[in-house]
Structure formats: structure tokens, C-alpha cells
Design a protein around this ligand. Structure first.
Ligand code: FES
Length: 122
């Protein structure tokens, strides 16, 4: 079970929801299920409308990730991932600060997901 706290200036306040560990839902799917208005278009890692900023409530508990080439390329194109973050992702499997909500699978760590409400505006 993971706590996912969504926060945005377009929401009345932060909202925490629970995701089942081992589930394969993306953060975007969890958000939709709970009527949290993260913008999206393609749901396939192409448009970057669903850009989010992710903070790990317990940074030392960050889980290894598989950052897909598509997500990495899109984040690089947007200037939302540094060379150090790319290296950390490739070598240490550490997740970067910005993600695409449609590509990020909820895991069992507690996270805060911030978005502006503007497509691609995190
Ligand atoms: Fe298009 Fe996520 S909805 S990249």
C-alpha cells in the first residue's frame, strides 16, 4: 500500500489516496480514478501533457525504476531531466524529479505528486 498525495494550485487542497503495491496502475490512472485533474492527451508518453513533479516522502526509500527510453527522451526534450539524473536512472535505477504521470507506475513508496494543471506545466 502506498500513499500518493496529489497537490496542485487548481485543487482545493492536497488529496492523499492509497494505491495497492504491485498493482500496475500508472499515477495518471490512479489520479483519474480519484478525479484528480492531471492534464493528459496521449496516455502514451508522447505529448508530455501529464508532466508531474514527484517528491519521495522518505527519500532513502526511493525504489529502483525502469525509466523507458521514450520517457527519458521526452524529459530530455523538455529540459526536465539533468545529465546526473539520467546517469542515476541508468546506473542506479534512481527516479528523476520530473515524470510523465502516464508512464509512472505507482509502487509501494509514499510520494507527493505536484502538477500545475496546465498541460506539461509541472
Ligand atoms: Fe501524453 Fe502522458 S498523456 S505523455
Amino acid at each position: 500500500m502506498a500513499n500518493i498525495t496529489f497537490t496542485s494550485p487548481i485543487m482545493h487542497g492536497p488529496k492523499t489516496v492509497y494505491a495497492v503495491a504491485g498493482d500496475t496502475k500508472t499515477i495518471l490512472a490512479v489520479a483519474e480514478e480519484h478525479r484528480i485533474p492531471i492534464p493528459f492527451e496521449c496516455k502514451d508518453g508522447n505529448c508530455a501533457s501529464c508532466l508531474i513533479e514527484v517528491t519521495y516522502d522518505e527519500p532513502s526509500m526511493r525504489k529502483g525504476i525502469t525509466l523507458t527510453e521514450k520517457e527519458k527522451a521526452k524529459l530530455r526534450e523538455l529540459g526536465k531531466i539533468s545529465s546526473k539524473e539520467i546517469e542515476d536512472a541508468e546506473v542506479l535505477d534512481l527516479p528523476p524529479r520530473y515524470r510523465l504521470a502516464c508512464q509512472f507506475i505507482a509502487r509501494d513508496e509514499d510520494v507527493t505528486v505536484a502538477f500545475t494543471g496546465e498541460p506539461g506545466g509541472a
